[in-house]
Design a protein around this ligand. Structure first.
Ligand code: HEM
Length: 504
C-alpha cells in the first residue's frame, strides 16, 4: 500500500513535501522560540544551527558585543542550544557558588565524546563522584613541597636555557649588541611546553631546541647549544594536543549524522581520533614505564617530584592503606592531559600579555625592577636565588600578573550547565540550561573597577590591608585611598567547586 503511494508521486509532489517539511520545521522552530520560558533580549536565532557560521570563535568579543547591546543578562543560540549570557557580578557569583546544581561545565556533544577523556580527569568530567576522586589525587600531588620546589628549579633551568639560545642566536646572526628583534610568542610557547612537560611528566622536552633549529637554515652557520639526546618530543605532543582540542571544538555543534556520513566532517572527525590515539598512547607508555620503575626500583623515583610520579605514588599509598578510591591508568592519563592543556596555554599566554604590558608601561617596569632588587639585594646578575618564600615577597610582580589577567584573561568566559531547576537573576531555569559567565566583561566594567581600561597594577598592590580581602578580590579607589571590595570582581582561577587546582 505505502509502496503504491510512493510510486504514484511525481517530482513536483516530492518538492512540495520537502517544502512543507521545511516550513513545518521553521514554524516549529520559531514557535518554540517565541513561546520559550523566561524570554530575554538577544539576537533572533537561525534554524539549522546556521548561527555557527557567523561565530568566528572569539568568545571574548562576541560576549562583549552581546553585553553592550542587550545588557547584563541576555540570550543567544549556538550549536542547537539556547544559551544565557550573564555579565553581572552577582549572577556570576551565584553561578560559581559551590553548588552541585551548577557543577556541570559542558553540555552533551558527540564531538566532545571524541576527546576520549570525557568522564575522566577534571576538566571534561561532569561526573561528580569520579571528578572528586581525581581532584583529591591531583591536589594531593601538586600541593607537596617537593612538587613546588621542583617546579621552581625546572623553571629556572629552562629560563637559563632560553637565555643561552638567545645569546647564541645573537652571536651567530651577528646582531647589534643593543637590539635583537624577535617574535616572543613562539619562544614563550615552547618554553612553557618544555616547562609543563618536565613538571607534569618528568620527561625533558625539546620544543625550545626545535624552535631554535628553525633559525638554522645554514646548519654550519648556527652553533648547536644544549644538545641533549634524552628528550621526548614535547613539541609534537603539544602540537597534537592543541590540534586535538581545537578540532574538537570546531566540531562541537555539528549534527552527529554529518560527523558520521558527510566526508568533509567525517575526515575532520577521523583526524581528531587519530590525534587522540597518539596522545593516549604517548601518555599510556609513560605511565606504564613509570609504574614499572616504581615496582622495580622505587628508590630511583625518590628524587622525582613530577606530577606523574607523585600520582603513581599517591595512588599506590591509597591502595596500600586500602582506600576504596584509586586511579586507573586512564584516569592518570586524563589528569596529565588536563594539566598539559590547561597549564601550557594559560601560562604562556599570561606571560606574553604581562611582558607586553610591562613594555608598554616603563614606570611599571621600573617599579618591578625596584621590587626585584629589594627582594634580591645581592643579585649579581648571575643567578637569582628563587625560592617559594622569596617569590611570595614579589607582591608588585604578582599584581602585574593579576592586572594583565584582568585586562586579557586567557579564559574569558566560563560555562555552567544546570543539572536541576535553578533560580538565577530572578528567573527559574529548567535543568540543562547552559549559562555563559562573561567575567572578562566584568573585569573591564567601570561598575567594578576604577578607570578599567588602564593597566595599573597598583590597584591590587596598594590595598591597605590585604588580610581584609580575599587575595583575588582586589579593587582600589585611588581618590579615597581605600580598596573597593567588590566581591567576585576579579576572577582569575574560577571559583567554587571547579576552581583551578593551580590556585592551591
Ligand atoms: C595563569 C595560569 C592559569 C589560569 C589563569 C587558569 C585559569 C583557570 C580557570 C579560570 C579555570 C576554571 C574553569 C571553569 O570554572 O570552568 C581553570 C580550571 C582548571 N585548571 Fe587552570 N589556570 C591556570 C593554570 C593551570 C595549570 C598550570 C594547571 C595544571 C595543573 C591548571 C589546571 C586546571 C584544571 C585541571 C582545571 C579544571 C578544574 C575543574 O574543572 O574542576 N590550570 N583554570
Amino acid at each position: 500500500m505505502s509502496f503504491r503511494i510512493i510510486e504514484s508521486l511525481n517530482v513536483v509532489d516530492y518538492l512540495i513535501i520537502i517544502l512543507l517539511t521545511f516550513l513545518l520545521y521553521l514554524f516549529r522552530f520559531y514557535y518554540n522560540y517565541f513561546t520559550r520560558p523566561n524570554p530575554l533580549p538577544g539576537p533572533l536565532p537561525l534554524p539549522f544551527r546556521l548561527e555557527s557560521h557567523f561565530f568566528d570563535g572569539n568568545i571574548r568579543r562576541f560576549a562583549a558585543e552581546l553585553c553592550q547591546k542587550y545588557g547584563d543578562i541576555c540570550e543567544f543560540r549556538l550549536g542547537g542550544h539556547r544559551r544565557i549570557l550573564v555579565s553581572k557580578q552577582e549572577y556570576i557569583e551565584d553561578l560559581l557558588s559551590p553548588s552541585r546544581t551548577v557543577f556541570i561545565k559542558h553540555e552533551n556533544s558527540q564531538a566532545l565524546d571524541m576527546l576520549g577523556i570525557v568522564g575522566r580527569g577534571m576538566f571534561f568530567n561532569n561526573d561528580y563522584d569520579i571528578w572528586k576522586i581525581n581532584k583529591y589525587f591531583l591536589l594531593q600531588s601538586i600541593s607537596t613541597h617537593g612538587f613546588n620546589e621542583e617546579a621552581i628549579k625546572r623553571t629556572i633551568e629552562l629560563f637559563e636555557k632560553l637565555n643561552g639560545y638567545w645569546n647564541s642566536l645573537k652571536k651567530t646572526l651577528s646582531c647589534n649588541d643593543e637590539w635583537f628583534e624577535m617574535d616572543l610568542l613562539p619562544w614563550i610557547k615552547s618554553l612553557m611546553t618544555d616547562n609543563i612537560s618536565i613538571i607534569i611528566t618528568g620527561e625533558r622536552g625539546c620544543s625550545m631546541a626545535k624552535y631554535y633549529d628553525t633559525f638554522n637554515s645554514n646548519k654550519s652557520k648556527i652553533e648547536t647549544v644544549f644538545d641533549d639526546p634524552i628528550v621526548y618530543d614535547s613539541d609534537k605532543f603539544s602540537r597534537t594536543t592543541s590540534a586535538h582540542i581545537k578540532g574538537t571544538f570546531s566540531l562541537y555543534d555539528v549534527y552527529p549524522f554529518l560527523l558520521r556520513y558527510v566526508p568533509f566532517f567525517k575526515n575532520k572527525a577521523n583526524a581528531i581520533l587519530k590525534d587522540r590515539d597518539y596522545i593516549l598512547k604517548t601518555l599510556g607508555n609513560m605511565i606504564e614505564k613509570r609504574r614499572f620503575d616504581f615496582a622495580n626500583s622505587p628508590q630511583k623515583l625518590k628524587s622525582k617530584h613530577d606530577l606523574l610520579t607523585l600520582l603513581i605514588t599517591a595512588n599506590n599509598d591509597a591502595k596500600k592503606s586500602k582506600m576504596i578510591e584509586s586511579l586507573t591508568n586512564e584516569d592518570i592519563s586524563a589528569l596529565l592531559y588536563d594539566a598539559s592543556i590547561a597549564g601550557a596555554v594559560t601560562a604562556s599566554n599570561t606571560l606574553c600579555y604581562a611582558i607586553y604590558y610591562i613594555c608598554c608601561n616603563p614606570h611599571v617596569k621600573q617599579k618591578m625592577f625596584d621590587e626585584i632588587d629589594s627582594v634580591f639585594p645581592n643579585n649579581s646578575s648571575d643567578k637569582l636565588c628563587l625560592t617559594s618564600e622569596n617569590l611570595a615577597k614579589l607582591r608588585y610582580c604578582e599584581s602585574i600578573i593579576k592586572e594583565a589577567l584582568r585586562l586579557t584573561h586567557v579564559v574569558p568566559v566560563l560555562k555552567r550547565v544546570s543539572s536541576a531547576e535553578r533560580k538565577v537573576a530572578g528567573y527559574t531555569w529548567p535543568s540543562e540550561t547552559v549559562f555563559h559567565l562573561n567575567h572578562a566583561g566584568m573585569h573591564i566594567d567601570e561598575k567594578y573597577f576604577v578607570n578599567p581600561t588602564a593597566f595599573d597594577p597598583d590597584r591590587f598592590y596598594l590595598q591597605n590591608d590585604l588580610s581584609e580581602l580575599n587575595d583575588d578580590l582586589g579593587n582600589f579607589d585611588k581618590e579615597n585611598n581605600k580598596p573597593i571590595n567588590k566581591k567576585c570582581s576579579l576572577i582569575i582561577f574560577g571559583r567554587g567547586m571547579r576552581l583551578c587546582p593551580e590556585e592551591s
